[in-house]
Design a protein around this ligand. Sequence first.
Ligand SMILES: CC(C)(COP(=O)(O)OP(=O)(O)OC[C@H]1O[C@@H](n2cnc3c(N)ncnc32)[C@H](O)[C@@H]1OP(=O)(O)O)[C@@H](O)C(=O)NCCC(=O)NCCS
Length: 203
Amino acid sequence: MDREVVIIGAGGHAKVVADIILKSGDKLIGFLDDRACGSDFCGFPVMGKVEAYTDFRDKMFVIAIGSAQVREKIAEELKAVHWYTAIHPSAVISELDVTIDEGTVIMASAVVNPGARIGRHCIINTGAIIEHDNQIRDYAHISVGAKLAGTVIIGSHTWIGAGAAVNNNISVCSNCIIGTGSVVIRNIEEEGTYAGVPARRIK
Ligand SMILES: CC(C)(COP(=O)(O)OP(=O)(O)OC[C@H]1O[C@@H](n2cnc3c(N)ncnc32)[C@H](O)[C@@H]1OP(=O)(O)O)[C@@H](O)C(=O)NCCC(=O)NCCS
């Protein structure tokens, strides 16, 4: 049966999530966004502010907002809703021992290999590679084209930038940003922003 979905957020990332819902054969009801009420967004209505979610109790919800902190705040505010896990039909998800928790978005051409664990409300962006036995903790974002080799652990709220790579068996702690194109070759145990080849702490 088609699922009926409301997207929280009406920005660029939300457009891509909308496309996944439609490509999956599910029904997009519209968007809720605190800043863009009363307008249309890519042909679907923006039906009100986020607090209006109670009017759509029988629908499913997905949060399409880039900031991990905002995603977490909204996930905690919306009580007793059914979260939609958005997986683009072209994503390659192994059937061997993979778990993907509620509210996570997996975009086109992403690969998730055996033994991977992906937490709730994560973003696995276009073309990202999540190799075998990776653990991606809640609210993490693996950006477009990023590559995580085998048995990598990414802490909650950590953002791996576009095209970055992480060596096998490496852990990156919570609340980090890894810059575009960076290569992580050592464990990262302190929160902060890291960039370069090899990645070093810049902030
Ligand atoms: C890492 C990042 C967050 C830093 O942004 P910032 O905090 O604004 O930092 P700045 O641009 O002031 O750069 C600080 C220093 O780090 C360097 N730096 C920034 N990003 C870098 C990168 N990706 N690789 C190498 N060096 C980088 C800058 O050259 C600068 O060096 P300097 O002080 O010697 O001049 C940002 O560059 C980045 O990579 N964001 C990720 C974007 C992304 O992946 N989007 C994907 C969406 S799907």
